[in-house]
Design a protein around this ligand. Structure first.
Ligand code: MN
Length: 244
């Protein structure tokens, strides 16, 4: 079967589902978007949309700016999402213009670029990935396959949280703590600055921003308190959907 035949059948299937049920169609689109990116970011397609000048634009936060309170304040979200992330997007647009990366999606730029373009594009991805999996009053623990994998790899969900917390507390300076997956193996992967698992052949499930700008307005120097708050607002349903 040729590639064009497969593509045609896929389009036809999608078209049929459009006519049958809009809910089913939405789910199919959702799966297609996620699988086509292979980066774990559920909003990959939206994040990679561009304006008429081929520039990435700041996508709307998937919840209200005050909805993470009291764990993360509206003020922090306004600065963190609205200013820091916006600046990383702006810098990425400037640095990619006129280069071989100009038409590449964020997750591909991360894999191949270096220097300032890597740093800024990785920070764009990292922040969307972080904010996508935050949510107030969601489930307090993962379920299903993710729950089983966490038990298998770390002993229990509580043991995983403790190890992840330790990694976040111990990380010197600015950086990110990631949970990454390779088949049935999960690993806690702390990384400095803008470092990203995709660059290192790893597949991300969850990240925690431990740059000071993520918490300084709320808990000042107390990173441990920020991490405690972080566990209250992880959106486990999102993390479960990222599992391969
Ligand atoms: Mn940040």
């Amino acid at each position: 079967m040729s590639i064009s035949t497969v593509f045609f059948i896929t389009l036809e299937t999608l078209n049929l589902s459009l006519r049958i049920n809009t809910n089913i169609n939405y789910q199919i689109l959702f799966i297609m978007n996620t699988e086509s990116c292979h980066c774990g970011l559920l909003s990959c397609k939206e994040v990679n949309t561009r304006d008429k000048d081929n520039k990435f634009t700041l996508q709307p936060l998937p919840y209200a700016e005050n909805s993470l309170e009291p764990y993360i304040s509206e003020k922090t979200v306004k600065f963190h999402y609205g200013k820091h992330l916006a600046a990383y997007i702006d810098n990425t647009n400037k640095l990619k213009a006129g280069t071989q990366f100009d038409d590449q999606p964020i997750h591909e730029i991360i894999k191949k670029a270096s220097g300032g373009l890597f740093n800024n594009a990785a920070q764009v991805f990292n922040h969307y990935f972080y904010f996508e999996a935050l949510h107030h009053s969601g489930a307090q623990a993962p379920r299903g396959k993710l729950s089983n994998l966490l038990e298998k790899n770390f002993g229990s969900f509580e043991d995983f949280k403790e190890k992840f917390t330790q990694a976040g507390t111990a990380l010197f300076g600015s950086g990110w703590v990631w949970l990454v997956q390779e088949d049935d193996k999960l690993e806690i992967w702390p990384a400095p600055n803008a470092e990203n698992p995709l660059k290192n052949g790893k597949y991300p499930l969850l990240t925690m921003d431990v740059w000071e700008h993520a918490y300084y307005l709320d808990t000042q120097n107390a990173r441990a308190k920020y991490i405690e708050n972080f566990w209250q607002i992880v959106n486990w349903e999102v993390v479960e959907k990222r599992v391969k």
